[in-house]
Design a protein around this ligand. Structure first.
Ligand code: TXA
Ligand code: MG
Length: 311
């Protein structure tokens, strides 16, 4: 069920959320699978629908700073990040307020909460119509490629969940996740906003993620197509398709013929899906490890990692 994002359908989607059901929603990063954050049963449905491990907490999406302040303890560092990057593709992990009105499953028992204020107009209209925050993980079966079109969500969940259609996602990669619950701000997941942009605002370097898996989106295998993936490929072997970058010769698809990282991020998940449907191993040309390339390479390394948990 793909629903055009008309005011009527947005109102219908908000009603569904209020009734404890799930809705697919476009954001500027990837499509999310939304449920009302305070509704334990609805949140449980997200875990069931995605086949998501229960220890993997969810991001709460808010429309306003007031909503965020009811959920987490803000500090000056958080305030600086919010005033620079919200609304937008930045998620911040902060201490959870004790009386925060969210289901326990949202945090998977952690004393912290990930919050984000999306910029996409349809996500914002849905938040407004609902009048309270929703949780929204990426709308894909756990561990697989994230959706950047309403049709990807439709495909993944067999048409059982309505998806508001907001067109193709502008960024195509998930939000950057920063934790402010350590001695210093820590990068948990590279994303659309680069580490350098955040460091410029904070005035000092971010700590790299620790060894412990704090954001299970950081699990070695994630964002995986069905096909095996070979990275840093300079040619196409027999039984492979080749995903190029910057005009790679003989590429079946090129993430950005002009070598632009932003364009490559937008195309990444959709192109991996297209090549995956051909049933061959996917060889991928090298992507520079700078700026947005850090997040793109993060996703590609996880797509290429051995996959103990899927099969
Ligand atoms: O761009 C995005 O962030 C998208 C759109 C839909 O907003 N959402 C998204 O959600 O990527 P998801 O569930 O696919 O990834 C959320 C990540 C997970 O890796 C999770 O482990 C981490 O956020 N996370 C959530 N709460 C956390 C917490 N309290 N501490 C550390 N990591 C947390
Ligand atoms: Mg995800």
């Amino acid at each position: 069920m793909i629903w055009p994002a008309t005011p009527d359908n947005i109102a219908k989607a908000a009603k569904r959320l209020r009734e404890g059901e799930l809705v697919g929603v476009p954001t500027e990063t990837v499509y999310g699978l939304a449920a009302r954050s305070a509704d334990a049963e609805a949140v449980a449905k997200i875990y069931e629908t995605k086949g998501r491990p229960r220890f993997n907490p969810l991001i709460v999406h808010v429309a306003t700073m007031e909503q965020a302040m009811r959920l987490v303890d803000l500090d000056p560092c958080g305030n600086r990040l919010f005033s620079m990057f919200w609304p937008g593709p930045l998620t911040v992990v902060l201490p959870l307020k004790q009386d925060a009105p969210i289901a326990d499953l949202v945090t998977a028992g952690l004393p912290t909460l990930a919050v984000r204020m999306p910029a996409h107009p349809v996500a914002r209209q849905l938040l407004e119509a609902l009048g309270e925050p929703f949780v929204a993980p990426s709308a894909n079966p756990s561990g697989r490629l994230s959706p950047t079109l309403a049709a990807h969500v439709e495909e993944a969940f067999g048409g059982t969940i309505p998806v508001l259609d907001g067109g193709p996602c502008e960024a195509g990669l998930e939000s950057t996740i920063i934790s402010l619950t350590h001695s210093r701000p820590t990068l948990l997941r590279p994303g659309v906003i680069t580490a350098q942009e955040i460091e410029a605002v904070l005035g000092h370097p971010l700590l790299p993620p620790g060894d412990q898996i704090e954001a299970p989106g950081m699990m070695a295998s994630h964002y995986a197509p069905n096909a095996a993936v070979r990275l840093n490929a300079h040619d196409r072997r027999e039984d492979e398709v080749l995903l190029g970058f910057g005009g790679t010769p003989n590429a079946d698809l090129d993430l950005s013929p002009a070598g632009e990282l932003k364009e490559a991020a937008v195309n990444l998940f959709a192109y991996l899906r297209q090549l995956d449907s051909l049933g061959k191993q996917i060889a991928i040309a090298p992507i520079p490890e700078e700026g947005l390339g850090e997040a793109i390479n993060d996703r590609l390394r996880r797509a290429a990692a051995p996959r103990p948990s899927h099969e």
